[in-house]
Every structure is written in C-alpha cells, then in structure tokens.
Design a binder for this molecule. Structure first.
Ligand code: CZF
Ligand code: MG
Length: 253
C-alpha cells in the first residue's frame, strides 16, 4: 500500500501505547490521535480503499477497465463497478451535469464513487448535441447526425468526457475534463459503440474511432484524457482521501 510509509505502523503503535503512560492532560490528546491513527492505518493496511465507478453503459465500463489496467493500474485504490442507470440530467454545461450525476451516484452507493458524462459537440451548432447526444443518436442515428450538418460548411466537432469524483454524499465533487477534436463523417467501422463510427479524430490518421483498435482509441480518446487527470488527482491525494474516508467511517460507526 503506497500511502502508508513503513514507519507508520510502529508510530501508530507507539502513540497507542503512549496514552497509557503520559500525564493525564497529554494522554487525552494522544488518545484521540492514537485512535485516529490505528483506525486510519488499520483500515488501510489490509486492503486498498474501494472506489465505485457508477455507469449504466457497458462499453464505457469496458474502456475504463482497459485504460486503467493497461496503465498498470497504479491507482492506490481498488476500483469496483455498480451498474446503475442514473437519471439523465439536462442542461448545457457538461461540468454541472457531471457534478450532479456524481452526487446522485454517491447517494446510491453511500460511499466514494466516480461517474462520467460524455458529450459530442458540433461547432456549427454551437456545441449541440453536446450532453444530449444520447437522445440524438437514439432518435436520429448516424445518418441523422450527418444530416444535421447539411447546409453548414463546418463538420468539425469534439468529443468530451467529464469524470466526477466524490468521497460520498454531501462531500465536494471534483471534475476532470478530457477532449478530442475531430469531425463528423459518414459511418465507418464497427457498430459496437454509439457514435464512434461517425467521429473521425484529427489525430486518428484518417480513421474513425470505430475503425481503431482499443489501444489506438485509448491513445487519443476524450475518455483516456479525462481519466488520466482523475487518476493523477487520486494518486496525488491518496493520503488525504484515505484519511477522509477513515474519518467518515469512524463517524458513522
Ligand atoms: O461512440 C461513442 N464513443 C464513446 O466513447 C462514447 N462515450 C459515450 N458514448 C455515448 O454517448 C452518450 C453519452 O451519454 P452518457 O454520458 O449519459 O452515457 P450513458 O447514459 O450511456 O451512461 P451513464 O450515464 O450511465 O454513464 C451515450 O449514448 C453513450 O453511449 C459514446 N459513444
Ligand atoms: Mg447517462
């Protein structure tokens, strides 16, 4: 467990024993620290704290697993998944939608979790369909998405994923934005995942997402970019997150 130094357990043990020996005024304070440290380190020494990725979309889950595992999953947390179809929130600000989605997920999970919301934004339409892409794709299909741009000279678009993370209900939500620029084209490639066949990223050597293998998409995708930021945040803040989780657990028990 990376976030626990090898000196931590002896220190926790020392503080734990110390409250029996030191003068009463001091011992009260130390008793608090020792209880904190033993519960903090005790909870972490056996297993990594678990974070839940909440999504109802199995292709997203597949990609997230692939990205995390091929990065050697260096996260100092276990990642589990819950398939919950959260309400589709409305609005034109992907960050606000992502935050609200994460709050709803935290209520369901009653613990630390993360979610993501993905948009496909057409420049000619000032960012629409954006977060509404799910419904546009469902109702209009790949051809409809192309037809929406007939009459414009601009078929440029970007794919955006916003990951959102919280340690639990009522706690702040952190957001992480990742984007890939590209253009909307007639469908090419596998029909496995959503609008992948009609999105040709600028960095994709002329391939649509749907024509790429998993690693090619991962190398340039909106999801990888956003997830890289979330992973960096989790790694940099592992100690304070684990501490907050431990405090939260102690309060609720
Ligand atoms: O071709 C694609 N390549 C992608 O990389 C990608 N990522 C998401 N999507 C689709 O875009 C909409 C986002 O809506 P969305 O973020 O609300 O997702 P969702 O409702 O499916 O799942 P979730 O909200 O439970 O996580 C949904 O239709 C998704 O299927 C993608 N399509
Ligand atoms: Mg959704």
């Amino acid at each position: 467990m990376k976030v626990v130094s090898r000196h931590s357990l002896p220190l926790a043990f020392f503080l734990y024993r110390a409250d029996a020996w030191i003068v009463p005024q001091l011992s009260k304070r130390i008793a608090i620290s020792s209880r904190f440290l033993t519960s903090f380190y005790g909870s972490m020494s056996s297993e990594l704290p678990a974070l839940t990725f909440v999504t109802g979309n199995k292709k997203k889950l597949e990609e997230v697993k692939h990205i995390l595992s091929s990065n050697g999953n260096k996260l100092p947390f276990d990642v589990t998944n819950q398939k919950i179809d959260l309400p589709e929130l409305q609005g034109d600000d992907p960050v606000e939608i992502a935050k609200e989605k994460c709050k709803l997920a935290a209520e369901q999970v009653q613990g630390p979790c993360f979610t993501e919301d993905t948009s496909l934004c057409f420049y000619a339409l000032n960012g629409l369909p954006g977060p509404y892409i799910k419904w546009f794709l469902e109702k209009c299909g790949h051809d409809g998405l192309n037809k929406m741009l007939v009459g414009f000279n601009d078929n440029s678009a970007y794919a955006q994923t916003v990951f959102a993370f919280t340690i639990g209900p009522g706690h702040p939500v952190e957001v992480f934005d990742g984007r890939t620029e590209g253009k909307i084209v007639p469908p090419r490639g596998s029909l496995d995942f959503g609008w992948d066949p009609v999105f040709e990223p600028l960095e994709g050597n002329g391939k649509t997402y749907a024509e790429m293998n998993k690693d090619e998409k991962k190398a340039i995708s909106h999801r990888s970019r956003s997830l890289a930021k979330l992973s960096a945040y989790l790694s940099e803040n592992a100690e304070s997150i684990a501490q907050d989780l431990s405090t939260k657990k102690a309060r609720s028990s």
